[in-house]
Design a protein. Structure first.
Length: 169
């Protein structure tokens, strides 16, 4: 995960994030850029709602529904939904977007699959201390679980499927 970063004003950081979202559309490897957006949101919580609203805007009436740029926005929205809960008004707006704009208009599309995954994730998200790793972001982009090997003393290692919401006690 990236180390500590220095930030300018909240307004300047919001502009930088907007520019990052524009860059995301054409990015061949969007994972590091996505992780950077998530890290900024973790470090500057007032920007979480801003990014949710920008992503809703970018996924509403995209020029090429289901195209690479559109899917990158949905993938970042997926990562956001597993990392941060928006404020209640933004959460209502987001749920409306997921229901109305996607599942009803493109019911069998990748966007609808992301919308369903995001809706379920929002019901489980509690907040995190760290942003998702690069590997976790890749898995989230495919809406899958990660397989981790757990080694226990005196017992054989076992593979465990975990999601962004898995916790250990």
């Amino acid at each position: 995960a990236p180390g500590p970063r220095s930030y300018t004003t909240l307004r300047d950081e919001a502009v930088k994030l907007f520019n990052s979202l524009q860059q995301l559309e054409l990015e061949r490897d969007p994972v590091p850029l996505m992780q950077g957006v998530l890290q900024t949101c973790l470090d500057l919580p007032p920007l979480v709602d801003e990014i949710y609203c920008q992503l809703v805007k970018q996924t509403t009436e995209p020029p090429a529904p289901g195209g690479q740029g559109d899917l990158h926005y949905w993938q970042l929205l997926t990562c956001m939904s597993c990392t941060f809960l928006p404020s209640p008004p933004v959460l209502r707006f987001l749920r409306f977007h997921l229901d109305r704009r996607t599942e009803s208009r493109f019911p069998t599309s990748e966007m609808a699959k992301y919308a369903c995954f995001i809706r379920e994730a929002l019901g489980k998200t509690k907040g995190r201390e760290c942003v998702p790793s690069l590997e976790e972001i890749l898995v989230l982009m495919r809406r899958q679980e990660m397989i981790c090997t757990v080694h226990c003393p005196g017992a054989p290692a076992c593979s465990v499927a975990i999601s962004s919401h898995t916790t250990a006690e």
